[in-house]
Design a protein around this ligand. Structure first.
Ligand code: SF4
Length: 354
């Protein structure tokens, strides 16, 4: 007897609840609320399939997903809503003693960390697609209302999608308790189409960030991850645009190597017939050079643009490996520089935006 496979775009078995997260050196949040398994944006570099979704590999087989990493972007399963379970998870987060929390999380819940909270669910049936997308939006607004009214927790929104505009009025009701942010690694729509094939274009994201600022929201930007093709001119153009948004924080990191993400990037470039600078990932030394050069260029350009106070770098933990430290001309100074970045606590507003 053959088992009927479920659709890879549809509903997941377990409801959306708030869970503790474990960011290393990122200072983003203490908790996550993830509304789905998988992500329709399908970013080629994404760290999520290898770090998180892979744990659901057996269950994903029921949906016809054989390799959660290689098939990333091809499946997205919305978590169902169970208000009692959500409220129980919210209450548990709320009563967690400060001493038990990572010092840099700002007592915030991040929506989302392993998927995008504002995405289109692309089902083969247009009506089902619309229904799932609307269901996700409804879940987001209900979850946000409950967090606002039943806790003192902060909220960090992170998305690549202008669909978030639908909730600007709701975000505003949080005052200083909510930060709205988008990922904007480049302004080049053509390049983003290669690395983030199904995500909304950077031009749309910039417009959304500007609209958020105009709406009076506290805004941050994740210039992350920048690609090997992002040269100084590209980084400068992106930082100049980000400056217009007047963000509280600008996070930055280049692409880090995680499991099969480099293979995913290279395979997609080949399929499109686009030559990518994936040689920077060929050896640990070439990756170190690409990573440090990106970080240092962003530091220098930010200083020239007078936005260095907002800049919050995310150097990968592998940049602290002994072999990297020993390869530096001044190892002690380098370690001090790294630690300062890793220990930085990201800004949280004390008041509502003007
Ligand atoms: S939007 Fe985020 S979670 Fe979704 S694929 Fe891109 S990087 Fe991964």
């Amino acid at each position: 007897m053959t088992t009927q496979l479920k659709e890879p775009v549809g509903l997941w078995s377990h409801p959306a609840v708030i869970t503790a997260n474990n960011f290393v050196h990122k200072s983003l949040s203490n908790w996550s609320l993830n509304i789905a398994i998988g992500c329709s944006h399908g970013c080629r570099f994404c760290y999520v399939p290898s770090s998180s979704t892979i744990k659901q590999a057996d269950r994903l087989k029921e949906y016809g997903v054989q390799d959660p990493d290689a098939e990333w972007g091809g499946y997205v399963l919305l978590r169902p809503w169970d208000e009692d379970k959500f409220l129980a998870s919210l209450a548990a987060a709320e009563r967690t003693p400060l001493a038990q929390l990572n010092f840099d999380g700002n007592r915030a819940v991040m929506l989302c960390t392993t998927t995008d909270p504002y995405q289109v669910f692309r089902h083969s049936n247009a009506a089902r697609s619309k229904e799932l997308t609307q269901q996700a939006l409804t879940m987001m607004s209900r979850a946000l209302e409950l967090i606002r009214d039943n806790s003192t927790l902060n909220v960090r929104i992170m998305t690549r999608s202008p669909l978030a505009r639908q909730h600007f009025a709701l975000f505003k009701t949080f005052g200083h308790r909510l930060l709205f942010g988008m990922s904007l690694p480049t302004l080049r729509n053509d390049l983003a189409k290669v690395y983030e094939p199904q995500a909304p274009a950077p031009s749309q994201r910039l417009q959304t960030l500007l609209a958020a600022k105009t709406a009076g929201l506290n805004v941050y930007v994740a210039m992350a991850p920048t690609y090997p093709e992002c040269d100084e001119a590209d980084l400068r153009a992106t930082l100049t645009a980000i400056k217009m948004v007047k963000p509280l924080t600008i996070f930055h990191e280049p692409i880090n190597i995680r499991a099969d993400n480099v293979d995913r990037i290279a395979a997609y470039g080949r399929a499109l017939g686009v030559k990518l600078n994936t040689q920077v990932f060929d050896t640990r030394e070439s990756w170190r050079d690409y990573s440090l050069e990106s970080l240092q260029t962003v530091v220098r350009v930010s200083s020239e643009l007078k936005i260095s106070n907002q800049l919050h770098l995310w150097p990968d933990k592998k940049l602290g490996s002994q072999w990297v430290v020993e390869s530096m001309p001044k190892p002690d100074q380098y370690v001090t520089w790294l630690k300062r970045r890793w220990e930085r606590v990201s800004e949280w507003p004390r008041t509502s935006a003007a």
